[in-house]
Design a protein around this ligand. Structure first.
Ligand code: ARG
Ligand code: ASP
Length: 715
């Protein structure tokens, strides 16, 4: 009976690897995917997507900034990405007098485009499987000596591939280190802001609608990549010229039909598809609930103070967005994993794995330790993982004054070794950091966080992670009145006093700062965490990694007749599926697209998340939609069954003919467990319809000259 039951589940598990699941390696499409892609409607070849011999789609796709994707949409380096990806750059050009966040920004000529120090666009030159060179000379090695040899090989490969600084070269592990790929990038450093809609379009729906369908967020912004006279990467210079890319995406006005083939190219950040059941259980039953609980407290406190004070509302807007983004995703993830019975599915797969390695002695010898090792390691990890997340969320991310405490040197040793020039640099850097810190800081809010979060730390964490001396220190901060006094006395809470100290900062100030009660508490917590939690946590994780690598190798052998895709690791991938709605709950059927009509339905002048700019309302009422309408309506967003994750924001959504029809920016909430387990019924990515982007640029912003630059096509 048991066997039969397991067999049933295993069969379901394998079947659930649906056509649409996966983030595939562009160089392997020919081998693994192109046939299926073409069956689904794709009309191009694998060479058209990725080629070393000719310009291909991959030449139009870039890493935008640190964690997003972008794409070339004109022969003059015009780059399209999300509003939330360009957010900090748009913000950095904004002030109360010139509020580009609220009003939007449109350069009406290239002279008006705004430089963004530090922002880069990286073009992939090539990717190659370098596993053989990475593993060269490693056979027989183990542990540290193995790692040392691998590192040596990787450094050499990267050094050679960089061609004296021409490229940024990175070797990354795939399949948990069972394979290695080299990636070389051309890094452009002069990337200028061209246009962004007002927040009431680009962030319409705010955190309320984040991760949700139906969606109406016009989440896009436009930049331009600049190069030197030879069309090469160069630091910002006024005489740089627009980059002429090898490839840019033609834009289709033909729109989107249900069941259309749809493909994303981009840089998905992290997924964990091959975890054992123990890991999924830990995430679902402990780390997600813990982090949700802590962040619920943080968000409640933020909301209260934001509602009471308009200044705080602005100061904490992006902190709120940052904190709530993962909070909401974790909730969706738990729900999705439960619904999929993910833990049970993993257990069934593990039973299958056992049956597989039992087939011969060599396999058994190699792979039989894996599952028991996992079991033991995850039991060991569990308490440390709890402590790790509590300290991370509360001490290092939650209570803000602790971040300030962390800016300052911990002792005067380093200080005394520096010369006066360096001292001056440190003072300057500290002064800037502290000013920035206080720009977005509200003491009342932080005091409440301090009280509530430390109370949670004391109440929830096992005492073995809060030794007697820490408890004693913490008990001094139990009383709210007392905390007010502590804040009142602390130099950290007084920007002027603090800047004064910084301006004459020296070894003595360090000693004095150490005596501040908040600094003292923070350093005690941090010191304890580093010595007793972090090290052990890391150690167990390292061991888990070793076992996971072996497990992965086994899975690859066992499933050698199936195509497996490596977990996302922020390298270029291709994912595909089709345009389709879904049924999130009993009796609810979601259509695959939304329109401007829905923007107006949500419009509520009283609700900050649902403002609609007057001009957009006017266009709507006048029915002034230009060539961007479809059956009298302006399409806004649409969904497809494509496997995507964080980092895919800004990815081009490409139709069967290789043309841009959408811009990826999010996923639907019911499918957020796709980072761990994909469900073709529930997992949908959310894209902007490119016609909405063009409508906003042309009709709303009056920046039609940008459209002239693009290559609009229609069949
Ligand atoms: N959920 C999307 C992603 O993970 C968008 C996040 C930005 N928007 C927001 N309201 N916080 O990046
Ligand atoms: N919004 C995410 C991003 O920034 C995309 C996702 O998680 O689906 O990449």
């Amino acid at each position: 009976m048991r066997k039969l039951f397991l067999f049933f589940i295993v069969a379901v598990f394998s079947l659930s690897l649906s056509a649409k699941e996966g983030m595939w390696i562009p160089t392997l499409l020919e081998k693994y995917n192109i046939e299926e892609m073409q069956e689904m409607g794709f009309r191009l070849t694998a060479e058209d997507v990725y080629s070393v011999n000719q310009n291909s789609l991959k030449d139009a796709v870039v890493i935008f900034g640190r964690g997003c994707t972008g794409e070339m949409i004109s022969d003059q380096g015009l780059l399209l990405t999300n509003h939330h990806c360009g957010f900090s750059n748009i913000q950095s050009h904004s002030s109360v007098e010139q509020d580009y966040l609220s009003d939007g920004f449109w350069a009406m000529s290239q002279e008006e485009e705004l430089p963004n120090p530090g922002l880069t666009a990286k073009f992939l030159d090539r990717m190659v499987d370098v596993s053989d060179s990475v593993f060269a000379g490693t056979s027989g090695l183990e542990g540290d000596s193995l790692q040392a040899k691998l590192n040596e090989n990787i450094s050499r490969i990267q050094r050679e591939a960089a061609e004296d600084g021409k490229f940024e070269a990175v070797v990354k592990p795939l399949f948990y280190g069972n394979q290695y790929f080299l990636y070389t990038y051309l890094v452009f450093q002069d990337v200028r802001l061209v246009g962004a809609p007002p927040q009431a379009i680009g962030k319409f729906g705010g955190d309320t609608d984040n991760w949700m369908w139906p969606r109406h967020t016009g989440d896009f912004s436009i930049f331009r990549v600049y190069a030197n006279q030879d069309n090469e990467p160069a630091a910002y210079a006024t005489d740089n010229v627009p980059y002429r890319p090898k490839k840019w995406l033609p834009i289709s006005l033909d729109g989107i039909q249900p069941n259309d083939f749809m493909m994303l190219m981009g840089y998905p950040g992290t997924t964990q598809q091959y975890l054992p059941s123990h890991a999924v259980e830990l995430i679902k039953n402990q780390s997600n609930p813990d982090r949700i609980k802590i962040r619920t407290t943080i968000l409640d406190i933020f909301s209260k103070h934001m509602a009471a004070n308009p200044k705080v509302r602005i100061q904490y807007a992006s902190k709120y967005a940052r904190t709530s983004n993962s909070w909401k995703r974790w909730k969706g993830e738990i729900r999705g994993l439960d619904r999929l019975q993910a833990v049970e599915q993993k257990m069934a797969f593990e039973a299958d794995f056992e049956v597989w390695y039992m087939q011969n002695d060599t396999l058994e010898e190699t792979y039989s330790p894996v599952l028991p090792q996992f079991e033991k390691l995850y039991v060991d990890l569990q308490p440390y993982d709890k402590a790790y997340h509590y300290y991370q969320e509360i001490v290092f991310k939650g209570i803000e004054i602790f971040k300030l405490a962390d800016f300052f040197p911990r002792n005067d040793r380093g200080w005394n070794r520096m010369d006066e020039d360096h001292h001056e640099l440190v003072r300057k850097a500290l002064a800037i950091k502290v000013t920035e810190y206080f720009d977005d800081y509200d003491q009342e809010t932080d005091q409440e966080l301090f009280v509530e979060l430390l109370r949670m730390l004391r109440n929830d964490l096992d005492e073995s992670f809060l030794p007697e001396e820490l408890m004693q220190m913490l008990s001094r901060f139990e009383d709210e009145k007392l905390i007010r006094k502590v804040y009142a006395k602390s130099v950290l809470a007084d920007p002027e006093k603090l800047q004064q100290i910084i301006s004459e900062f020296d070894g003595k100030s360090i000693a004095k700062l150490q005596k501040d009660p908040i600094v003292e508490l923070f350093q005690a917590l941090k010191g304890y965490y580093q010595r007793n939690i972090e090290l052990v946590h890391q150690g167990i994780q390292e061991n888990i990694k070793t076992v996971q690598q072996k497990y992965m190798k086994g899975i690859m052998l066992m499933e050698k007749n199936f195509q497996l895709y490596p977990d996302a690791n922020f390298t270029l991938r291709v994912a595909y599926g089709k345009v389709e709605g879904y049924q999130p709950r009993d009796g609810v059927n979601y259509r695959y697209y939304t329109t401007l009509e829905g923007v107006m339905e949500k419009y509520d002048p009283e609700v900050p998340d649902y403002q609609v700019p007057e001009r957009l309302r006017h266009l709507y009422h006048a029915g002034d939609f230009g060539e961007y309408e479809s059956d009298g309506e302006v399409p806004v967003a649409y969904i497809a069954s494509i496997h995507s994750t964080g980092g895919n924001s800004g990815s081009p959504a490409i139709n069967a003919r290789g043309q841009l029809v959408g811009l990826n920016f999010d996923r639907c909430w019911e499918g957020t467990m796709s980072d761990i387990m994909f469900d073709p019924d529930q997992c949908r990515n959310i894209m902007l319809d490119v016609r909405y982007i063009l409508f906003i640029i042309d009709k709303f912003a009056g920046a039609g000259y940008l459209i002239d630059e693009m290559e609009l096509v229609s069949e």
